[in-house]
Design a protein around this ligand. Sequence first.
Ligand SMILES: Cc1cc2nc3c(=O)[nH]c(=O)nc-3n(C[C@H](O)[C@H](O)[C@H](O)COP(=O)(O)OP(=O)(O)OC[C@H]3O[C@@H](n4cnc5c(N)ncnc54)[C@H](O)[C@@H]3O)c2cc1C
Length: 266
Amino acid sequence: MHAFDYQRPSALSDAAAALASDPEAKLLAGGQTLLPTLKQRLAQPTALVDLSRIPGLVGITAIPEGVSIGAMTRHAQVASSSVVRAVLPALADLAGEIGDAAVRNRGTIGGSLANDDPTADYPSAVLALNATVVTDRREIPAGAYFRGLFETALAEGEIITRVDFPKVERAGYAKFRNPASRYAMAGVFVAKTAAEVRVAVTGASQSGVFLWEEAGDVLTSDFSPAAVESLALDPSDLMSDLHGSAEYRAQLVKVMCKRAVAKALG
Ligand SMILES: Cc1cc2nc3c(=O)[nH]c(=O)nc-3n(C[C@H](O)[C@H](O)[C@H](O)COP(=O)(O)OP(=O)(O)OC[C@H]3O[C@@H](n4cnc5c(N)ncnc54)[C@H](O)[C@@H]3O)c2cc1C
C-alpha cells in the first residue's frame, strides 16, 4: 500500500472542500472495494476522506413517496430495517444477499453505487425502481446515473448523500451468485407499478446494469413467471468469462427473471 493522508471531516462541506483541493484524494465509505484496491496498489490516492463522521449520511427514513436511505447506511442495516421491510421488502432481501456478513456490516449503499461494479446488486434495484441518487450537488434519476462499466454520472468530487426509492405495487429480486465472490452472475430486479413493469439486470453485461425492456413489456400485460418463458435475451452484449458463457448468462437472466416475478407475487 502506498502512503496517504487520512482525513475524517465532520461536515459534508469539509469533505467536499478536501476533494476540491486535492484531485488525487478519494472518499472512503465502507472500504470494501477501495481498501483491497489500495492493498493491490491498483490505486494510489494521496488522501482518503472518511465519510463516517459526517452527520446525516446514515439512516433509513420513510418518505411519502417510499423510502430514503443515507449513503453511509450499511447493507446489513438495510437488510434488517423494519421500514425497508414494510415499504420495499425486495430491497431488504437484496441487501441481505450481498457478499458475506463482514461485507454487509461494512459496505454502504453509497459506496456500492459510486463504484458501480457491473456485478453489484444495488444498481439493479435503483434502475428497476427508478430511484433518485441524491448528491451534495443535485438529484440524479436512475436512468441518467448509470453510464456503463464502472461509470456513473458522478462528477469529480461529487458525493452521494442518499438514495430515494419510490414505493411500487410489487417488487422482487433473484440472484444467481458466483459461488466464490458472491457477486451476481445474473441478478434480476422486477418492479411493478400501476403503469408498467421494469426489469433491471445486473451481473450479466460487460456494460453494467441494463433494463431488459422486452421482459418489461411482456410482464406489463401479464405479470406472471410464465409470461417470460417465450423470451430469449440476446447474448451478444453479455459477458463471457471463465464463470460462464454469454449464452449461459442469457439463460440465467431469464430464469432469475421468472424467480423475481414469483417472489414479487409472494
Ligand atoms: C468479498 C466481497 C464480496 C462482495 N460481494 C458483493 C456482492 O455480492 N454484491 C455486491 O453488490 N457487492 C459486493 N461487494 C462489494 C460491497 O458491496 C461494497 O459495499 C461496495 O463495493 C463498496 O462499498 P463501500 O461502502 O465499501 O465503499 P468503498 O470501498 O469505501 O468505496 C468505493 C468507491 O466509492 C467511492 N465512494 C464511497 N462512498 C461514496 C459516496 N457517498 N459518494 C461518492 N463516492 C463514494 C469511493 O471513493 C470509492 O471510489 C463485495 C465486496 C467484497 C470485499
